[in-house]
Write a protein that binds this ligand. Sequence first.
Ligand code: PSU
Ligand code: MN
Length: 283
Amino acid sequence: MPQPLIALESTVIAHGLPWPKNYETALHLEDVARAAGAEPRTCGFWQGEPVAGLTPEQIAHFAQGGDVIKASLRDLGIVAARGLHAATTVATTMWVAHRHGIEVFATGGLGGVHRGNDYDESADLTALATIPVLVVCAGAKAILDLPRTRERLETLGVPVIGYGVDEIPAFYTRSSGLPVDARCDTPAEAAAIWQAHRRLGLRTGMLVTVPVPEADAMDEALADEAIAKALAAADEAGVKGKEITPFLLSYIADYTGEVSLRANLALLENNVRLAAAIAREMA
Ligand code: PSU
Ligand code: MN
């Protein structure tokens, strides 16, 4: 029997983690998926073509940056027409996955509504509202306005499942204080909800949120402090639009000296394992 497939994103490689950790992590996550019984398909655009299953050489090129842009939904036609290399965000990885018939996707943290700037809202939410893919993540990135992001998910009709938890995780830390729509304690339960969602003909995506493993979670006070400093620095530097997320994440990694990086890597690996288990249940 062929192994079930899971999609992985490439923005976290090209614009989310520092070299060479990003390259090592990308390949390591693929190994973690295989060990957990699923075939990984790292997604991106290569010379303007959507690819589900970038080669290690292509992943190395993405990891070294340079001519690789960050592509969200609005960028895809531009990328295709101009034959560009582009890393895919959660939104565009969902798009590539769906196009290739892949239903399960593991990522780190979701984009959402930015703090203090309600009209800066990630197209990750648009994608979840319109593309039927199950996304495993550690919640929305803590740099965001989490209560507003949660409300938007409700408005858009996107179910938020907590894996082993009653509250949505907050990426670097294990809890946000915001309730999930349902808690699941096994991959089979999560797969069953997804399959029912699809059987009913619903066209939205679904989130399965799982907290960063306890041992690698960031101290809450440190996370809050790092986020506040990062937001102030972004404000001061006038960073806006698509640059803001990579700016904040790299500021936090520098500020916490590897602590946030450790949490980020641990949660990515954890999410890949869970996604593989859910994909196996569905196969
Ligand atoms: N989480 C991370 N690192 C990242 C991202 C999320 O730990 O690099 C990326 C994801 O690809 C997500 C994107 O889809 O940031 C959101 O960017 P924006 O807010 O511009 O939509
Ligand atoms: Mn934005």
